[in-house]
Design a binder for this molecule. Sequence first.
Ligand SMILES: Cc1cc2nc3c(=O)[nH]c(=O)nc-3n(C[C@H](O)[C@H](O)[C@H](O)COP(=O)(O)O)c2cc1C
Length: 150
Amino acid sequence: MRRGRLSSVKAAILVESLTGNTWTAAEKTAELLSQERWTITGLSKVREPDLTAIQAADLILVGTWVHGAFVFGQAPWAVNSISNLPALSGKKAAAFCTFALSPGKSLNRLTQAVGDTGAYVIGGLAMNRSKLDEHSEAFAIRLVDALAEA
Ligand SMILES: Cc1cc2nc3c(=O)[nH]c(=O)nc-3n(C[C@H](O)[C@H](O)[C@H](O)COP(=O)(O)O)c2cc1C
């Protein structure tokens, strides 16, 4: 990681994960952001969100995994549960998903769902499950850059 920032960004992370990859990506991203002096207010499940962590955060990261027939019909898992989150207006948000072969349009659909909560979506990334280190770092760098410019 390269860049610093004067004041600490507070981020809450919400994740759906069946076999652990998306949770791992969230933990790796959180670790990298912490090294950049960000405060992670909480890491919780989308379906059991830590509301205190959300309330305390400036930025909400929402991650899930890609479900489909691998080459068609891909969609972000549990996308409907995102609409059950509390209204996130006034917060920034970013989305990420992990996949095996091809994410299709999952990231777009996920980004749309996160935007529908009222959050201002600053970006997102689809991460290949076999490159979680590399892609978590790319995601963290993008987030740090985006918030540094904000
Ligand atoms: C039932 C099922 C369907 C899947 N469909 C797709 C798919 O259509 N495209 C793809 O790239 N990966 C697909 N995957 C792979 C997952 O998206 C990938 O392993 C992901 O990292 C799992 O995240 P998790 O470990 O957080 O549950 C599928 C996995 C499962 C279990």
